[in-house]
Design a protein around this ligand. Structure first.
Ligand SMILES: Nc1nc2c(ncn2[C@@H]2O[C@H](COP(=O)(O)OP(=O)(O)OP(=O)(O)O)[C@@H](O)[C@H]2O)c(=O)[nH]1
Length: 306
């Protein structure tokens, strides 16, 4: 190992909490401005990348599980446990709650789901919006929360004012497994956009192919090129596990993949409000399943680079 590679760490952090807890605000603080473009427009049950933060030699990949921890009035426990899968694969979980609301029914529901899961990941509590309450109340809330659940660590933060955020980020960085970074540095800024674009194409494939759709399929955004005229060129690869699947995806004279590309491009243009040139390619990658086992659960388009 050379000096420059020493001590690099990388891994996944699931940021969970009730709607409005401040997840986006916190992420923007830790990751940088671009993350806010990740809206709730693209819904999926799988975990998605919200952004990547760098802290020293660590690369922290934040994932979330949209729709999961937003139970309506009555909590569907089975659904929450099933959906919890994505977060259970994270290396660290952060539960974000609001200082002025404390241990609400919604937080209680999340804690129940936490108790039912068996993953070994450390779970930190981040009490957010501390600027909204008197400092004296925080000690009591910290105690109440830790009596309810044995958190690995508790942080008092104000995502909006930036208080305590660095401490949390540094702590997360230290908890990740040692290993090489998961994403090249030049991809980090637009990673969420790349993910969204891939997800849109995947969705169009699903709509078009229904049950014919090979289960072993993934979409990766390989290139994202900004053009001088304000448009962008996006190159995506649809990976399938077998030759036969490639034929299904292409369709007669490539009609199927063309239609998928058109539909995906139209939606991307609406979403990004700009002109998009989308190029799709179908490739067979037989060992894809092995990678998928490791990363598919996270909804990641993992790029192993070798
Ligand atoms: N006072 C105060 N307000 C905050 C703080 N952090 C976030 N907020 C506000 O809380 C509201 C919700 O923040 P978001 O970051 O959108 O919350 P979220 O958890 O991402 O919400 P969803 O997108 O619904 O899941 C916004 O109005 C933020 O400005 C904080 O530290 N202090």
């Amino acid at each position: 190992m050379t000096d420059t590679q020493q001590d690099t760490r990388a891994g996944f952090v699931a940021l969970i909490g009730e709607p409005n807890a401040g997840k986006s605000t916190l992420l923007n603080r830790m990751v940088g401005a671009k993350v806010s473009i990740v809206t709730h427009k693209v819904q999926t049950t799988r975990a998605r990348i919200r952004g990547v933060a760098l802290a020293g030699a660590s690369q922290i990949v934040f994932v979330d599980t949209p729709g999961i921890f937003r139970p309506k009035r009555r909590l569907d426990r089975a659904m929450v446990s099933a959906a919890w899968g994505g977060a259970a694969d994270a290396d660290v979980v952060v539960l974000l709650i609001e200082a002025h609301r404390g241990l609400t029914e919604g937080v209680e529901a999340i804690l129940t789901a936490l108790e039912e899961r068996s993953g070994p990941a450390p779970i930190a509590l981040a009490i957010n919006k501390i600027d909204r309450v008197p400092a004296e109340s925080l000690l009591a809330l910290t105690k109440k929360m830790n009596d309810r659940y044995a958190f690995t660590e508790t942080f008092l933060i104000s995502a909006e004012k930036g208080r305590g955020v660095e401490d949390l980020r540094d702590w997360l960085a230290g908890k990740l497994p040692e290993g090489p970074w998961l994403y090249p540095e030049d991809q980090i800024a637009d990673l969420p956009l790349r993910m969204i674009a891939a997800e849109m194409t995947r969705e169009k494939l699903t709509l078009r192919l229904h049950e014919e759709l090979p289960y072993q399929l993934t979409v990766e955004t390989e290139k994202w090129e900004e053009r001088a005229d304000g448009s962008a060129r996006i190159d995506q690869i649809v990976y399938v596990a077998r030759d036969g699947h490639k034929g299904i995806l292409l369709g007669k004279k490539g009609e199927t993949i063309k239609a998928v590309g058109r539909a995906s491009r139209e939606e991307l243009e609406k979403f990004l409000d700009r002109r998009i040139h989308l190029f799709l390619q179908v490739k067979v990658r037989p060992n894809w399943l092995e990678e998928r086992d490791r990363y598919g659960e996270m909804g990641l388009d993992f790029n192993d680079g070798d």
